[in-house]
Design a protein. Structure first.
Length: 343
């Protein structure tokens, strides 16, 4: 009987359990497959740490946030003999193919395994929505809604105290969350990684609102946004196994600069991992389910080295190579729409 290994890597994301459920339900019911769940992403594959993954294991998880398999940022390509360890685990578990669910790092490993002739079908996962090859990734809409709800709440306290509220959201390379939540939440300034910002221009937007009688402002900033001629801001000096610096700190810088330059009271809020947590929206449950079903169908058809993808309203397959070629950055036209409401 065909046995498939499933793992979730990188940061957790609303909708992961919907993907797992879709894989297992379609795989067992239609294809007659057996499934092995690996604990904690690629770490579980390296250590041969598994958990049962059958119809009973995925019952009642559709609405649950996080991942029942656990996750990590382990990079097996940085481990001596990592690929050989993966092969050995697959032999020990009699696994015929792997379905890793993750972002560019997790799928980058999947691409390398494909090059090594290991059968892999990937599922894209990132709340940042910056993976090429798919219009949207599950979890993004939920993160945007969480951020929008927070911005709505910041409006009321900002107006009550005549403050400038700076809200930092996730987005290392791309400003999809910042732009969507900022536009939906009525932000007065939106700062994204794709466009280095002029701090004085930001302050001018705030001053113009105050001059017009609006005594409060909302600034939404992606964690990866940078000032012109400056560097990315981080309050941390640690990196993960894939070499990424831990971000967080741009809102603190903006709070200080806006207060100093304008004389207005500014306060910052970093939403951080709140954006990853909780129950996924209906949209992400459906998209995750569709991705899971398509992934196991791809295994059945022998379409290895591919990734599930949303193209318009259809689920398609794209090569991992294409999906990982470069990050999918924010659409300039979308940002220009948001700019209409700045200041």
């Amino acid at each position: 009987m065909t046995r498939i290994g499933v793992l979730t890597g990188g940061g957790d994301c609303p909708g992961l359990n919907a993907v797992i459920r879709g894989i297992v339900r379609k795989g067992t019911k239609v294809h007659g497959y057996e499934f092995v769940g690996f604990r904690s992403g690629w770490a579980g594959v390296l250590k041969n740490e598994t958990t049962p993954l059958d119809a009973e294991a995925v019952r009642g998880i559709l609405h649950v946030g996080g991942t029942i398999l656990g996750s990590s940022r382990t990079n097996p390509l940085k481990v001596d003999g990592g690929i050989d360890q993966i092969r050995e685990t697959m032999r020990a578990q009699q696994i015929d193919a792997l379905i890793p669910i993750g972002g560019d790092d997790t799928l980058g490993v999947a691409k390398r395994l494909t090059d090594e002739k290991i059968p892999v079908v990937g599922v894209p996962k990132t709340i940042d929505n910056d993976l090429a090859g798919t219009d949207y990734t599950f979890g993004f809409q939920t993160a945007v809604q969480i951020a929008t709800d927070a911005i709505d709440r910041l409006h009321s306290t900002a107006e009550s105290h005549d403050r400038v509220m700076v809200c930092e959201v996730m987005g290392r390379h791309a400003g999809w969350i910042a732009a969507h939540s900022g536009l939906a939440g009525g932000a007065d300034v939106i700062l994204v990684p794709e466009r280095p910002f002029d701090i004085e221009e930001v302050c001018d937007h705030v001053r113009s609102r105050h001059a017009a009688g609006q005594k409060f402002s909302i600034v939404v900033v992606a964690e990866g946004a940078v000032p012109e001629g400056g560097d990315i801001q981080s309050a941390f000096d640690t990196t993960d196994a894939f070499g990424h610096v831990r971000l967080g700190g741009i809102a603190m810088m903006l709070e200080k600069e806006i207060s100093h330059r304008t004389g207005f009271d500014a306060r910052m809020t970093n939403l951080g991992h709140v954006q990853r947590g909780g129950s996924p929206l209906a949209y992400d449950r459906v998209l995750g389910t569709r991705f899971g079903v398509a992934a196991v169908d791809a295994v059945a058809a022998g379409h290895f080295g591919m990734m599930t993808s949303l193209q318009g309203t259809s689920i398609e397959l794209v090569s991992l190579e294409e999906a990982l070629r470069e990050p999918k950055l924010l659409d300039p036209d979308f940002y220009e729409t948001a700019e209409v409401f700045f200041g």
